[in-house]
Design a protein around this ligand. Structure first.
Ligand code: ADP
Length: 293
């Protein structure tokens, strides 16, 4: 579907075709505007994690870049309001957002469209101190007022845990294609993943799979992967909870280097075994488009 407004849409089954009980004119219009934007995005995938520092943003950024390199039209939305790291990881810290015709223009990096609260802060060190409703309202604005245009995929980088931001994403985007859950191999990290899976189940969001990041150390000289944490935490958990396991990414110093320097790892180190592992992980996500779901 590529219509730009709800008024021209023939889909009478869409929830935005009808006013809800007790809905004001303004709220109804708002919901139609949101839906008209979302209708132009074929697949929406949220990247979540049980805890911080496990590489969720790294996976979100490289997933978006991998899809773009596969020829897809991709948007990357960073809803980590308190700790946006996407601008830094893509070398976009000095970018600001421009608006035209009541819409915010996403920052473009090649064919990738990016939006983050980080672009709206005056200084990189500014802290956002907002409560739930304000966060929900800015996430809604990111979906409704950003000129995403026609996209094959919108990848959403949510903050760790099961708080306001992932909840807003799941409530505002209906339907979401699903969630990718990132963890590390240790048992303590995997325990938090259970909560993410339970969260998705309660909200009827499909779990597309679990990624086990920092799974072993990839030697920069010979490429051999040595396990350093208890291995298979993510894999065992995926099996136990009956969700797909998408694969493992080793700890690779070049990933940290790429994130700090602001360039996408997959783009710059495309020939390494780690890049190969990342490409394997995106395959099922890529197939969402091929099967035309
Ligand atoms: P999260 O979003 O879960 O908080 P990040 O994606 O911001 O985590 O990653 C935290 C740090 O770990 C970043 O500095 C990133 O470069 C680094 N990192 C993530 N995954 C890997 C990896 N597989 N190998 C090396 N460094 C990694």
């Amino acid at each position: 579907m590529t219509q730009s407004s709800c008024g021209s849409c023939q889909d009478k089954t869409c929830s935005a075709s009808r006013r809800q009980q007790d809905e004001s004119d303004a709220d109804f219009e708002d919901r139609r505007k949101l839906q008209s934007h979302l209708c132009r995005i074929r697949h929406k995938v949220v990247v979540m994690s049980g805890k911080g520092g496990v590489g969720k943003s790294t996976v979100a950024v490289n997933l978006a870049v991998a899809l773009m390199l596969a020829g897809k039209r991709v948007g990357l939305l960073d809803v980590d309001i308190h700790g946006p790291s996407v601008p830094t990881m893509l070398g976009l810290e000095n970018e600001t957002v421009h608006s035209s015709e009541d819409e915010l223009q996403p920052v473009e990096l090649g064919d990738l469209k990016v939006m983050s609260i980080g672009f709206l802060l005056k200084h990189q060190d500014d802290a956002v101190i907002w409560r739930g409703p304000r966060k929900m309202s800015v996430i809604k604005q990111f979906l409704k007022d950003v000129a995403w245009g026609d996209l094959d995929f919108l990848i959403i980088d949510a903050p760790p845990g099961t708080g306001d931001e992932p909840l807003s994403v799941c409530q505002l985007i209906d339907p979401l294609d699903g969630a990718v859950i990132v963890t590390t191999p240790q048992k303590v990290a995997a325990v938090d993943v259970r909560k993410s899976i339970t969260f998705c189940r309660q909200l009827h969001v499909p779990v597309l799979g679990v990624v086990e990041n920092m799974s072993g150390f990839a030697c920069p000289k010979c490429g051999e992967v040595t396990p350093i944490f208890r291995s298979n935490g993510g894999k065992d958990l995926a099996l136990e909870m009956g969700v797909p396991f998408l694969g493992k990414i080793p700890l690779d110093p070049q990933i940290g280097e790429a994130c700090d320097a602001g360039y996408a790892y997959l783009h710059h180190f495309s020939g390494t075994p780690t890049a190969e592992a990342m490409r394997g992980i995106i395959q099922p996500i890529l197939e969402l488009d091929q099967v035309g779901i």
